[in-house]
Ligand binder design. Structure first.
Ligand SMILES: [Zn+2]
Length: 437
């Protein structure tokens, strides 16, 4: 075990400049969760799993950042195959509604293997530029004919490249990027430097209010330095002369996604959206500790009855579920559909990853679904396991066994939160921001 040398978070809040952070929740020392171990002896990198909020604006972030080069330079997670269901529709909207207005190039920051750029290209957009820190992913995109610069956005001469091509920036896209950025000030400044009056920006981030409302503790993890809601995103943008002129919420797996459309604005803004209520922040650690305790108790009791428990999933979320709740000792192995992971080990618990076929071969009594948001798909894929007497266990919204013939609770990915949450009185899930001049 080796602790990473953390990149100290700036003491000032990047959203409101106050110097007044308080602890939100702590999971203690945790391994970097996306890296599977080649052997149980492999040294794991540890970071401090502690998260803080700004008492002034309620912005949430990691107490200590993991240096970005440790996380992403060797990143090999291809997201192209895992684009959310709404990505095609989003590409269509960009082509039909945004590009005709801005008539400039699309620059995507954190473009991964080019999956989203490809959707735009398929719709006839030719001026496209990707930016991706991982060499593996960037070269994959380039080999598909999707021009992608390798490196961190803040450090690349993007403006020069646009100038050489005589390209205007029409749309700057940052989907699931801002939550990873450790220097928001530099990132936003760079984004704004590429923009002109007609430029639009599209930002997607996980909505932290959804995580807090449902005690989805896996929403807090080592790769996410920042946690936004509409209030803090709007406030951050305003500090850089940007306004959110439209926003929407969407759902993917176990996340609610906040999608914001931005443009330059040269007048002071008011903050039209309420900050996260203090009660949600105060209640979260209690709710998490309860949930983790429930998961541990459930697994321990099955283990003590002599039942065999498998885990389903071997990505960062399953790794964090096991490590945060300490259930590794009650589990026998972790199943995963990606054959490249078989034979490796989850960081922390060192649970061995095995082929998903082992479910049918070994018939464990229980199989915990830790691939959150994919519960229904997994259960229907392995109906035979249930018929033969096995049981899946889902963890959210409550812990429950799914056996052959049992009725299932609606998945968490459905927008239940809208009627249950404090947004109930706030009308539609999308809207236009009316700036006050
Ligand atoms: Zn603040």
């Amino acid at each position: 075990m080796k602790a990473v040398t953390p990149q100290k978070g700036n003491l000032l809040c990047p959203v409101c400049s106050a110097e007044n952070f308080a602890e939100l929740v702590s999971f203690g020392e945790q391994p970097l969760s996306a890296h599977l171990l080649a052997s149980p002896e492999e040294q794991v990198l540890l970071h401090e799993g502690r998260y803080v909020y700004c008492r002034n604006c309620r912005f949430i972030r990691q107490a200590e950042f993991v240096p970005a080069d440790l996380q992403y330079a060797r990143y090999e997670y291809f997201s192209g195959d895992l684009l959310p269901a709404y990505a095609k529709d989003l590409a269509r909207r960009i082509c039909q509604e945004v590009i005709p207005v801005t008539s400039g190039a699309v620059i995507e920051i954190g473009s991964n293997d080019g999956g989203f750029l490809q959707l735009l290209k398929d719709r006839g957009i030719s001026c496209l530029l990707g930016i991706e820190p991982s060499e593996v992913l960037a070269s994959h995109a380039n080999s598909r004919g999707l021009e992608t610069l390798t490196g961190f956005f803040e450090a690349l001469p993007v403006d020069q490249i646009l100038k050489e091509r005589k390209w205007n920036s029409g749309l700057i896209v940052a989907r699931f990027v801002l939550e990873h950025v450790t220097d928001l000030e530099a990132f936003l400044r760079k984004m704004v430097s590429l923009a002109h009056g007609g430029t639009r920006m599209l930002i997607e981030v996980p909505d932290v209010d959804f995580i807090l409302e449902r005690a989805i503790f896996t929403g807090f993890w080592d790769q996410h330095a920042n946690y936004f809601n509409l209030h803090t995103l709007q406030r951050l943008a305003a500090g850089h002369g940007l306004e959110i002129y439209q926003y929407e919420y969407d759902y993917n797996r176990n996340e609610r996604i906040l999608r914001a459309w931005l443009r330059l604005a040269d007048y002071p803004k008011s903050f039209s959206y309420p900050p996260t209520p203090l009660s949600a922040l105060k209640g979260f650690p209690r709710a998490v500790s309860q949930k983790l305790g429930d998961i541990r108790t459930y697994c321990r009791s099955k283990h003590e009855e002599g039942r065999r428990l498998f885990l389903y999933g071997a990505s960062h979320t399953p790794a964090n579920i096991v490590n945060y709740s300490g259930i590794g000792k009650f589990l026998q192995c972790a199943l995963d559909g990606d054959e490249r992971k078989a034979g490796k080990y989850l960081p922390g618990s060192k649970l061995k990853v095995v082929s998903v076929n082992r479910l049918a071969d070994d018939l464990p009594d229980y199989c915990l679904i830790a691939a959150l948001g994919s519960e229904d798909r997994i259960v229907s894929r392995h109906a035979d396991y249930l018929r033969r007497g096995g049981a899946f266990v889902r963890l959210f919204p409550r812990i429950e066994a799914v056996e052959s013939g049992s009725a299932m609770t609606p998945p968490v990915s459905k927008p239940l939160g809208l009627s249950e949450s404090r947004r109930a009185g706030n009308g539609p899930t999308s809207g236009r921001v009316i700036p006050q001049r």
